[in-house]
Design a protein around this ligand. Structure first.
Ligand code: SF4
Ligand code: SF4
Length: 104
């Protein structure tokens, strides 16, 4: 697995990304109505580790998120999950899909 140590900073510059407070409790994954395996908890871990390929591999889940905030409203660490997902979409759209920011 290739590691991109600049990934967390680049995401933070893209639009705000606050996953470092995550205590890995799993509530978000358990409550998500989409029930998408490791999303969103594991996805944030990939970002913090700089595992860009793993983030890209979950593009479909990132774009499937309903932004309902069921996870965020019950997060004990105050992680801005929906905002993080929006930031990830902007980042992936621009860097992986070649979309202009207005199309993301
Ligand atoms: S609910 Fe919050 S603290 Fe728990 S795993 Fe999800 S993001 Fe991390
Ligand atoms: S905001 Fe997205 S990740 Fe969170 S519960 Fe809703 S669909 Fe799942």
């Amino acid at each position: 697995m290739k590691v991109d140590p600049t990934l967390p900073d680049r995401l933070a510059r893209t639009g705000g990304f606050n996953a470092s407070a995550c205590i890995n409790c799993g509530s978000c994954t358990a409550l998500c109505p989409l029930g998408m395996g490791p999303f969103p908890r594991q996805l944030f871990r990939y970002v913090l580790l700089g595992a860009r390929e793993e983030v890209v591999r979950h593009t479909e889940e990132i774009y499937s998120c309903l932004l309902c905030k069921m996870c965020e409203d019950n997060c004990p660490a105050g992680v801005h999950i929906a905002e993080n997902v929006r930031t990830l979409r902007t980042f992936l759209g621009r860097e992986e899909l070649g979309l202009a920011t207005s199309e993301v």
